[in-house]
Design a protein around this ligand. Structure first.
Ligand code: UDP
Length: 310
């Protein structure tokens, strides 16, 4: 297949490029590099089955020749990023989704939208099933991301139902691994960088909020399976092992190892979800997928990646 990946220079996008190239596909990675980096694609330079195009998908997307699939992964994705880039976040989720869907329709290509667990907001149902409609504050600081992705899901289903585009929607829960940006403000790069510097880990709030962390190779495997499936309704992908942020901090300090301990700081962002855990029953049934990499093993890989960079 000839595949376009928007956000191809980002954390997940670049891992997807690697995986799809390894399967023999031809890949075009498109990115405007506001949060992505060509360093994530450096090892692919010079290959004749790979092209990088610097472009903001909020503007009309022109691709010469045929396309078999469009994977829309472009977006700022960490809370700090979308607080600093609220309007680009809204635009890439809305206009960028519209442009990439229009491209898929014009090319007769399959389309896969990278959606997010953020569409569930601060969830009142736990764990989160795909049938849950969510608890989102549209005008809170996280609303720019949550609502853009909710809009993108609605638009994707409209293109499927009205234009017959062969669409997929993946709802991605917290994912971690090499190529996360050191300064993206998320809990994994923050804690790992602090631990490697021998500093105390900054837990926001009392640390009782929960997250469930999926290693990037597991996530990418699920995405590839979803792309190959005939499933049009949203599918959650994530690791159901749930930890409090405080427990997570202790794991990082233990395995780095770091003896500087933990400090508690006020919550940075209003609307920080109190709990998050994917129900992956649908992914298990439809895709035969479940995550395989244990947290400690995935964190070792991630720590190695960050070690040379802090
Ligand atoms: N968090 C923290 N310390 C940090 C960074 C994040 O305690 O240095 C918390 C944050 O408040 C949230 C959780 O870790 O409860 C996950 O935050 P992240 O920014 O990784 O992404 P989110 O899951 O909220 O989208």
């Amino acid at each position: 297949m000839r595949i376009l990946i928007t956000g191809g220079a980002g954390f997940i996008g670049s891992h997807l490029c690697d995986r799809l190239l390894a399967e023999g596909h031809t890949v075009i990675a498109m990115d405007n590099l506001i949060t992505g980096s060509t360093a994530n694609l450096q090892h692919l330079a010079g290959r004749d089955d790979f092209t990088f195009v610097k472009h903001n998908v909020t503007n009309y997307i022109y691709i010469e020749g045929s396309l078999d699939a469009v994977l829309h992964f472009a977006s700022p994705a960490s809370p700090i990023d979308y607080l600093q880039l609220p309007i680009p976040t809204l635009k890439v989720g809305s206009v960028g989704s519209l442009n990439s869907l229009g491209l898929a329709k014009a090319k007769g290509a399959r389309y896969l939208l990278a959606s997010t667990s953020e569409i569930y907001g601060d969830p009142l149902e736990h764990p989160q099933k795909e049938t849950y409609w969510g608890n989102v504050d549209p005008v809170g600081p996280r609303g720019v991301y949550d609502e853009a992705k909710r809009f993108a899901e609605a638009m994707t289903m409209a293109y499927h139902r009205f234009h017959g585009v062969d669409t997929r929607i993946v709802r991605i829960f917290n994912t971690y691994g090499p190529r996360m940006r050191l300064n993206d403000g998320r809990v994994v790069p923050n804690f790992v960088a602090q631990a490697l510097r021998g500093e105390p880990l900054t837990v926001y709030g009392d640390g009782a909020q929960t997250r469930s962390f999926c290693y990037v190779s597991d996530l990418v495997d699920g995405i590839v399976r979803l792309l190959g499936s005939g499933e049009h309704d949203p599918v959650n992908l994530g690791n159901p092992r749930e930890l409090t942020v405080l427990e997570f901090a202790k794991v990082i300090n233990r395995i780095t190892p770091n003896t500087a301990g933990i400090v508690f700081e006020p919550k940075r962002i209003q609307g920080d979800p109190q709990q998050r855990q994917p129900d992956i029953t649908r992914a298990r049934q439809i895709l035969g997928w479940e995550p395989k990499v244990p947290l400690e093993a995935g964190l070792q890989q991630t720590i190695e990646y960050f070690r040379g960079r802090v």
